[in-house]
Design a protein around this ligand. Structure first.
Ligand code: GDP
Length: 481
C-alpha cells in the first residue's frame, strides 16, 4: 500500500471524484489538490447531484459573498426592525464554540443547512483560527467581515437571548404563525446545552418561517446534520444529495476544510519522516477528558487490551531478545495523538524493549503533547488540525469515545474507527475498543422529538429511520449509518 510510488494518483483523484472545483490558485493552498498524495483513495464518490449542487452553491456564494452588492443590500436590512424584502441573498453566520473538532463538525452541519435552504455560509473564525484553513469557495471568501455589525454580541450568545429564535417562539406561545413580521436576524442557539425553546428549530413547521429571515446567526458545537435527515421537508433533497448516508460528513469535511500551507507543512513533514515508507499506518487518538477519573495505568491497559483483542498490533515476545530472521518484515507506524506524553512513552517502550512475536517492526510516534486545551491560540489550533489530518492518513484508526477531534479524523480519512472506551471507573474492561458502525460523527445531544414519548422507547431497539442509529459511544446521541 505504498501510495508514494504512484504519482498518477494526483492527476486521477485531484478533484476527489468531482467534490472539488477546479481552477483554484494551487500555490495559495497546496493541500487542496495534493491531499490525495498522502491519503488513501476514498472508495466513496460523491453523487453527481451533490457535485452539481456544490457548483451552484459556489456561484451563489460568489454573487452574495462579503462586500458584494447583494451582501451590502442585505446588510442594510439589519438596521430596520423587520424585513423589507429587497434582499436577494440569505445567510447563515457560523460562530465558534468549544474546541476545533466541535467547530468543524458544527460548521459542516451549518453548511449542509445552508445548502438545503439556499443560504450563504459565512464564518467567524476570529484570530485563533487564523491560518488554519484555506478558503473553500473559489473567487470569494467565507470569512465574515470584521466590521459585521453584530460581531461583538456573538461571544455571549446563549439560551434565552432576547433575539434568539427560541425566545421568539417562547414569547409567542410556540406558535410562529402569530408573528407577522419576520425580523432581519435571529440567533439560533444549537449548542449541547440549548433549551427546549432553542430545540424548536428542529421542528419542520418552523422551517418555513426561518426562510424569511435573511440573517441566521448560529452557534453550535454539535454535529446536528443527522437531525436534518429527520425533518420531512429536507428529506427528498437529502436523498438525492447523499444516496449513501454514511458519507455525509466524509464529503462535507473534505470539501470545506483544507489545511493552510502552514498546517500542510506540519502534516507533510511528519508524513515524509515517519509514515511514507511504512507498510501500514496506525493512528491512535487518546483523548482523556478527566485525568483524575482515568488514571494513566488504566488507560494504558485499555489501549494495549484494544491492540490485542482487535489484533491491531502484534504482541511482544516476552521470552526472546531478538526476533527470528525474516525476509519480509512488515513495518507498522503507530502515530499517537494526545495532549499528554505518557501513553506514547509507554507504548514506544513496549516495542523497544522486546521483539514482536512475528518479527514486525513497530515505530511509535507522537507529533506533539500540548498538555492542555488552549483557547485563543492559533498555533495550538494549527497543531491540533495537523494532528487530525495525520490521524486521517491512517490505514487503521483508533479514536476515543465522545471525542469530536477523533470524529473529524475518521471523516477526513473515510475510516470506520475502533472506538477506544477511555475507562473512568478505575478499571479497564474486556470490550476496550469495539468497531464503529459508520464513519459518521455522533450528534451527542439531539432533541428527542423522534422518540415515542408515551413509551420512551430506547433508541437502541427502535430507530426513527433506517439510516439513523443510536451512537456507539453516546447513548443520548444519534448518527447516520
Ligand atoms: P473533543 O473535546 O475531543 O471533542 O475535541 P475538540 O477538538 O473539540 O476539543 C479538544 C481540543 O483540545 C482540540 O481542539 C485541541 O485544541 C486540544 N486537543 C485535544 N486532543 C489533542 C491532541 O491529541 N493533539 C493536539 N494537538 N491537541 C489536542
Amino acid at each position: 500500500d505504498k501510495h508514494s510510488s504512484h504519482p498518477e494518483r494526483v492527476v486521477v483523484d485531484k478533484l476527489l471524484g468531482g467534490l472539488l472545483a477546479p481552477g483554484f490558485d494551487e500555490e495559495s493552498c497546496i493541500s487542496r489538490y495534493q491531499s490525495s498524495l498522502c491519503r488513501r483513495i476514498s472508495p466513496h464518490k460523491p453523487s453527481s447531484y451533490l457535485a452539481s449542487k456544490l457548483r451552484k452553491y459556489e456561484e451563489l456564494h460568489k454573487r452574495c459573498g462579503p462586500h458584494t452588492e447583494s451582501y451590502n443590500r442585505t446588510l442594510e436590512e439589519l438596521s430596520s426592525s423587520h424585513v423589507n424584502g429587497t434582499a436577494d441573498c440569505n445567510y447563515v453566520v457560523w460562530t465558534p464554540a468549544n474546541g476545533l473538532g466541535n467547530r468543524i463538525i458544527s460548521t459542516a452541519s451549518s453548511f449542509l443547512y445552508a445548502l438545503l435552504t439556499n443560504r450563504v455560509l459565512l464564518v467567524d473564525l476570529g484570530t485563533d483560527m487564523a491560518n488554519v484553513f484555506c478558503e473553500p469557495f473559489p473567487n470569494t471568501s467565507w470569512l465574515l467581515p470584521m466590521d459585521f455589525p453584530l460581531s461583538n454580541q456573538f461571544y455571549g450568545l446563549r439560551s434565552g437571548n432576547a433575539q434568539s429564535y427560541g425566545q421568539l417562539l417562547k414569547n409567542n406561545n410556540m406558535n410562529i404563525s402569530t408573528v407577522s413580521q419576520p425580523p432581519p436576524f435571529l440567533y439560533l442557539y444549537l449548542s449541547f446545552n440549548n433549551d427546549e425553546y432553542d430545540k424548536l428549530f428542529y421542528k419542520d413547521q418552523n422551517q418555513g418561517f426561518l426562510q424569511n429571515v435573511p440573517w441566521l446567526i448560529l452557534k453550535s458545537d454539535q454535529y446536528f446534520a443527522p437531525y436534518l435527515f429527520l425533518i420531512p421537508s429536507f428529506q427528498q433533497e437529502l436523498d438525492k444529495l447523499f444516496p449513501d448516508k454514511e458519507t455525509v460528513f466524509h464529503h462535507l469535511v473534505r470539501y470545506l476544510f483544507h489545511p493552510s500551507n502552514q498546517a500542510w507543512g506540519l502534516i507533510t513533514r511528519f508524513y515524509q519522516s515517519y509514515l511514507a515508507s511504512a507498510d501500514q499506518r496506525i493512528g491512535l487518538q487518546v483523548r482523556v477528558f478527566n485525568r483524575k477519573a482515568s488514571p494513566i495505568k488504566v488507560v494504558l491497559e485499555q489501549i494495549l487490551g484494544c491492540f490485542q483483542k482487535e489484533k491491531l498490533l502484534p504482541q511482544v515476545d516476552e521470552e526472546k531478545h531478538i526476533a527470528p530472521p525474516s525476509k519480509n518484515r512488515t513495518s507498522r507506524a503507530v502515530t499517537i495523538a494526545s495532549l499528554y506524553p505518557e501513553y506514547y512513552e509507554s507504548i514506544k517502550n513496549v516495542y523497544w524493549m522486546r521483539p514482536t512475536v512475528n518479527g514486525d517492526v513497530i515505530g511509535v510516534y507522537q507529533p506533539s503533547h500540548e498538555e492542555a486545551q488552549q483557547f485563543g491560540n492559533n498555533i495550538h489550533n494549527i497543531k491540533a488540525w495537523a494532528e487530525i489530518n495525520i490521524l486521517s492518513l491512517s490505514d487503521v484508526l483508533v479514536t476515543s469515545s465522545w471525542s469530536t477531534f477523533g470524529y473529524v479524523a475518521q471523516g477526513l480519512g473515510g475510516l470506520k474507527p475502533w472506538i477506544l472506551y477511555v475507562p473512568t471507573g478505575g478499571q479497564s474492561n474486556d470490550q476496550p475498543c469495539p468497531r464503529a458502525m459508520s464513519m459518521e460523527p455522533c450528534f451527542h445531544f439531539p432533541p428527542n422529538y423522534y422518540q415515542n414519548s408515551s413509551t420512551r422507547r430506547r433508541l437502541d431497539t427502535v430507530s426513527p429511520a433506517p439510516h439513523i442509529r443510536q451512537c456507539e459511544d453516546a447513548s443520548t446521541g444519534i448518527k447516520l449509518v
